[in-house]
Design a protein around this ligand. Sequence first.
Ligand SMILES: Nc1nc2c(ncn2[C@@H]2O[C@H](COP(=O)(O)OP(=O)(O)O)[C@@H](O)[C@H]2O)c(=O)[nH]1
Ligand SMILES: [Mg+2]
Length: 199
Amino acid sequence: MNPVYRRASFLTSSHQISELPPDDGVEVAFAGRSNVGKSSAINAITGIGGLARTSRTPGRTQQINFFSLDAGHRLVDLPGYGYAKVPPSLQRHWQVVLDRYLRERRCLQGVVVVMDARHPLKDLDEQMLAWCATIPLPVHILLTKADKLGHAESLKALRVVSTALTNAGQERGTVQLFSAVRGQGVEEAHGCLDRWFGW
Ligand SMILES: Nc1nc2c(ncn2[C@@H]2O[C@H](COP(=O)(O)OP(=O)(O)O)[C@@H](O)[C@H]2O)c(=O)[nH]1
Ligand SMILES: [Mg+2]
């Protein structure tokens, strides 16, 4: 493992587009439904347990959290989409912020879309994939909580999501199984991030 992941540290949180840190270096953002396991994935990938705050309660991450690996490389924990209990006005706010972040951020090199391996491809996940294809930004899918699935079900999830990537116009998109609990798939995720960061 590239030791730089273990050197990750919290940089800043942004609530508005105007608060984003300078648009330089390279960023990789983690997107996904609320409570799917984005923050846990960032912790597993960096090997730092408490780096990104995780929560049993959905809808908690209502800011964009930036983590520096080194001076020019950042991981970004995006607010989760699709949590019904977030007030509509706040949902709209985040939709606009996410939309602008993904579309306008020049240093953004790729999006890791985190989905629950047990039920991937919810409507908003499909929209996210289709939307990323229009930018166009490379997408890597983590099918997380794979510890909850048997072998056959995991393989089926991989197959279904690969097909969906192709259908969404993301022929070069990639997908893998992941478990923050077991540390499964961390090396494979590093492989993708290393490519995007140019290492
Ligand atoms: N079994 C299992 N639970 C997980 C995994 N990743 C996250 N969780 C749990 O899912 C919940 C939400 O995780 P969190 O990372 O906060 O989700 P986020 O809202 O997408 O950032 C927490 O209770 C985590 O402990 C995983 O790989 N396996
Ligand atoms: Mg989170």
